[in-house]
Design a protein around this ligand. Structure first.
Ligand SMILES: Cc1cc2nc3c(=O)[nH]c(=O)nc-3n(C[C@H](O)[C@H](O)[C@H](O)COP(=O)(O)OP(=O)(O)OC[C@H]3O[C@@H](n4cnc5c(N)ncnc54)[C@H](O)[C@@H]3O)c2cc1C
Length: 265
């Protein structure tokens, strides 16, 4: 989670997992697995032994570039098959899209390691539009990601505070907490907490993080759209949204608008 979210949101995930009885061990690595015909123990680097029924190993991803290498396309083992902004590889008749190819940041244009189905399908649409003539440019990955932990949605788009600091982009933040029905006592209501990040000088939206109910899954896609369209806090305040008691937060407490409004004020 810490690759995608700021610490504040990671801590919320940690709280949910701990309250469900999950033990979290950090800053430790696995030395080896032990067992007779199947895994029975995990031995950690500090000597600790964990008795287990099974082990799930999640150690990241690497692009599959063998076929491209065989055909002598330009390839970087870690970043993937080189593509230009039209998804063309180094061979004029070969396009690449998805996990196998390089991605670059929407903000800095530097390579990024964001491999998602939503990114892959977008790249495929861009590649197919460009098969016969250069028409659509890929402006880079905004990086919009959502997940669900213990029934709560965690979603992020663009730059978090941590990422902005790492890239040397000065941001100001604004947050808003509400309930995604009005009144909040309606059944199916979930608390939603949103934090937006704006570029300090231009007040353009560059990032957002949300923890909420199911509704946060689509709310982050609105954040992503606003980032890609480079909307400023003032423009977000003036956007038009539908609201309904059973479906959305109140029109006077719409998280995206109210967080932007707080910043404008
Ligand atoms: C557990 C898990 C959960 C995920 N959850 C999400 C999620 O919630 N949201 C999201 O956006 N993304 C998610 N992802 C990431 C998402 O699955 C990938 O980004 C997406 O599948 C990439 O699509 P792709 O078509 O580029 O590659 P793939 O889906 O990997 O397809 C590539 C295909 O090419 C085939 N292939 C490889 N080499 C050759 C060859 N030489 N000849 C012929 N065929 C070949 C492979 O067998 C494979 O079928 C998840 C990934 C994992 C592993």
């Amino acid at each position: 989670m810490s690759v995608a979210f700021d610490e504040e949101f990671c801590e919320k995930v940690e709280e949910i997992l701990k309250s469900s009885g999950v033990t979290i061990l950090t800053s430790k690595s696995v030395e080896r697995f032990e067992g007779d015909g199947k895994v029975e123990r995990v031995i950690l680097d500090d000597g600790e032994k964990l008795e287990v029924d099974c082990a799930v190993v999640c150690v990241g991803v690497r692009p599959e570039v063998e076929l491209a290498k065989e055909r002598e396309l330009k390839v970087d083992e870690k970043l993937g098959i080189w593509v230009d902004e039209y998804q063309r590889t180094s061979h004029p008749d070969v396009f690449a899209a998805g996990d196998c190819c390089q991605k670059f940041s929407f903000f800095t244009k530097a390579p990024v390691n964001v491999r998602l189905a939503s990114v892959a399908t977008r790249e495929a649409r861009i590649a197919s539009a460009n098969l016969f003539e250069e028409k659509v440019k890929n402006e880079g990955v905004v990086s919009t990601f959502s997940t669900c932990v213990g029934g709560r949605t965690f979603a992020v788009s663009g730059l978090t505070k941590t990422l902005a600091e790492r890239e040397g982009i000065e941001v100001v933040e604004s947050d808003f907490k509400t309930v995604d029905r009005h009144p909040g006592s309606l059944s199916g209501a979930s608390e939603v907490y949103l934090k937006l990040f704006f570029e300090k000088e231009s007040k353009r939206l560059v990032g957002g993080e949300i923890v909420g109910g199911v509704s946060a899954g689509e709310m982050i896609n609105l954040v992503s759209l606003m980032i890609e369209k480079k909307l400023t806090a003032k423009e977000i305040v003036r956007l038009q949204f539908a609201t309904h008691p059973l479906l959305t937060p109140s029109p006077i407490a719409y998280p995206l608008v109210n967080a932007a409004e707080k910043l404008v004020r």
